[in-house]
Write a new protein. Structure first.
Length: 275
């Protein structure tokens, strides 16, 4: 188990950093062992709202030098700009670096963070903001078992976390879970809109779409049944659900979803190609 006094530093204090910090605090991590650097006073104010004991500032080098675990929580397009001035800056021996910057590979991070060798790439997703996230991790070979435990401790602070050993699969992970919440929001949006068109009051249409999605997600998460079996359990032959599902099938929903996820995966590959 990771020591709640482990010094965890964040470069970047945006929404995902705030979600992870909130999860760590809920897990009992000491606030004064959490360091955050960000150029925005507003972002740092949000961090201090979580707990006034968190160490905040604008000096990335100080955060780098003080952290046993350093989390890069900046946008991918900013990561070179942020890390370049830190080249050669002091850092603890054996420091673990974690990055939540989408599309930035372990090899790229190794080049940017040299001589650090223990690096973990994390793909979180938006439900981390409410403690229901899904994070997937990949590590460099030099990352020790203890460091992997540290990384899992951080990633699981906002929900569930799983390892993959083949980093190339991270593009598929991005397509499924990183981008995935938007697919469900779209379906909910379309259900809500159609409900209103069928005459339901707007507030009720909104509630029905959101609560139905929440309930179905919870059943799926807690059930040992396959998703196909859960679908069949709601579908009576010749009934209303069967009519809707037949319409989906006639529209080619399986091919549509397959193309969509492959498009997301392929775009993730393109974004990660820095040559």
């Amino acid at each position: 188990m990771t020591d709640p006094q482990t010094r965890i530093g964040f470069i970047g204090g945006g929404n995902m950093a705030q979600a992870i910090i909130g999860g760590l605090l809920s897990a009992g991590h000491r606030a004064d062992c959490l360091w955050v650097s960000d150029p925005s006073d507003a972002q740092l104010g949000c961090i201090r709202d979580l707990n006034t004991g968190i160490v905040t500032g604008t000096d990335n080098a100080a955060t780098l030098a003080g952290a046993d675990v350093l989390i890069l929580a900046v946008k991918p397009q900013l990561i070179e700009e942020v890390l370049a001035p830190l080249s050669g800056a002091p850092r603890p021996s054996g420091q673990l670096v974690m990055s939540i910057a989408a599309g930035i590979t372990l090899d790229t991070l190794r080049e940017m963070m040299a001589p650090t060798r223990a690096i973990v790439r994390v793909m979180p997703n938006q439900p981390a903001l409410v403690g229901a996230g899904m994070a997937v991790l990949a590590a460099t070979p030099e990352t020790s078992a203890d460091q992997r435990d540290q990384a899992l401790y951080v990633a699981a602070a906002t929900g569930r976390a799983e390892w993959i050993e083949d980093e190339n699969l991270m593009d598929a992970v991005t397509a499924v879970s990183g981008s995935g919440p938007a697919y469900f929001y779209l379906l909910m949006e379309l259900m809500e809109t159609t409900a209103r068109e069928m005459g339901l009051p707007a507030d009720l249409a909104r509630t029905l779409a959101r609560q139905t999605a929440f309930g179905a997600g919870r059943v799926a998460a807690e059930s040992e049944l396959e998703l196909s079996a859960l679908r069949e359990s709601v579908t009576s032959k010749g009934g209303t659900t069967a009519a809707a599902l037949e319409s989906f099938e006639e529209a080619g929903i399986r091919a549509i979803v397959g193309r969509a996820l492959r498009a997301a995966r392929d775009r993730s590959v393109e974004l990660g190609d820095r040559d």
